[in-house]
Write a new protein. Structure first.
Length: 291
């Protein structure tokens, strides 16, 4: 691998990649929720009614579709603008406190609001990394973030939790990306082509959201179970939402750092460098100081 194709040979990019690995390979959100609740997630899961699992997954699907539509299309298109992560955490805390007060009954109201807040935060971070929300593949990458629950003890040491999640989505996204590139090449040729492109993009996004919602729904079910622990109330529910938002902000930052480096060095080169950093082969890298 030459210097021009190896991000680890460039100090600033090497430091960014090291940061991405640290963010993306953190303990799973499930483990962090259990630590906050002070009890294993299994305790809450055993208390959830059987019907709750199906209901939660339906709410998650609807919430993700709404968030992708409402949040991603209303975020201003100003690449490289700084992200307002603290503002989104505060908004999530307020939403979580309300949901915690009403318990399970409040989930149908609280979750869509929180998901929109988190999706806006993810898009904000993508924008701060230089990406444009006008690009369908960037909006898709924002949705992908919700499939990243973090690394767990059960992950194979040779297989990154992050790349395992990306692999799960890859067949879907590769085919869609090829279709989008083809349609983009014909954009402007005819009004029908533009209309077809929009229709195909919408269909692809819907399929991607359904795929991501399956994984995100598992995490939301675990979050709901964690909040069933008797000592938890509105205040702790607010803290849980901040924890949740912080986790997906970290996933977004790491994901879009990797995406940015891939545009420069290529996906294969970045993945190889990522695995070297994760394996401890390139940990003595300079830290990048943010302005």
């Amino acid at each position: 691998m030459t210097q021009d194709t190896d991000p680890l040979q460039h100090p600033a990019d090497a430091a960014d990649l090291k940061r991405a690995v640290a963010l993306l390979e953190t303990p799973s959100i499930t483990a962090r929720m259990a630590a906050l609740a002070g009890a294993p997630i299994e305790f809450g899961m055993s208390k959830l009614p059987k019907f709750a699992h199906e209901r939660i997954h339906k709410i998650v699907h609807a919430a993700l579709h709404r968030a992708a539509s409402a949040a991603l299309r209303t975020v201003g298109d100003a690449p490289s603008k700084g992200a307002s992560t603290k503002t989104h955490k505060l908004a999530a805390a307020v939403s979580g406190a309300a949901g915690g007060f009403f318990g399970m009954a409040g989930l149908a109201v609280e979750l869509p609001v929180t998901t929109v807040i988190m999706m806006r935060s993810v898009a904000d971070i993508a924008r701060s990394e230089g990406f444009s929300m006008s690009e369908p593949w960037v909006r898709a990458a924002c949705v992908e973030v919700f499939a990243f629950g973090g690394n767990s003890k059960s992950d194979d040491a040779a297989e990154s939790g992050y790349y395992a999640s990306r692999g799960m989505l890859s067949e879907l996204t590769k085919g869609a990306t090829r279709e989008l590139v083809h349609l983009a090449g014909h954009r402007g040729a005819h009004e029908l082509t533009q209309a077809y492109a929009k229709k195909q993009t919408a269909a692809w996004m819907a399929k991607l959201i359904d795929s991501v919602a399956t994984r995100f729904g598992i995490v939301i079910t675990e979050k709901t179970a964690a909040q069933i622990v008797p000592v938890l109330g509105a205040a702790t529910a607010a803290t849980m939402n901040v924890l949740f938002t912080n986790h997906y902000q970290d996933m977004a930052r790491g994901h879009f750092i990797v995406k940015r480096l891939e545009l420069r060095y290529g996906a294969q080169a970045v993945e190889q460098a990522y695995r070297r950093v994760k394996a401890g082969e390139a940990l003595a890298l300079p830290e990048r100081v943010e302005g």
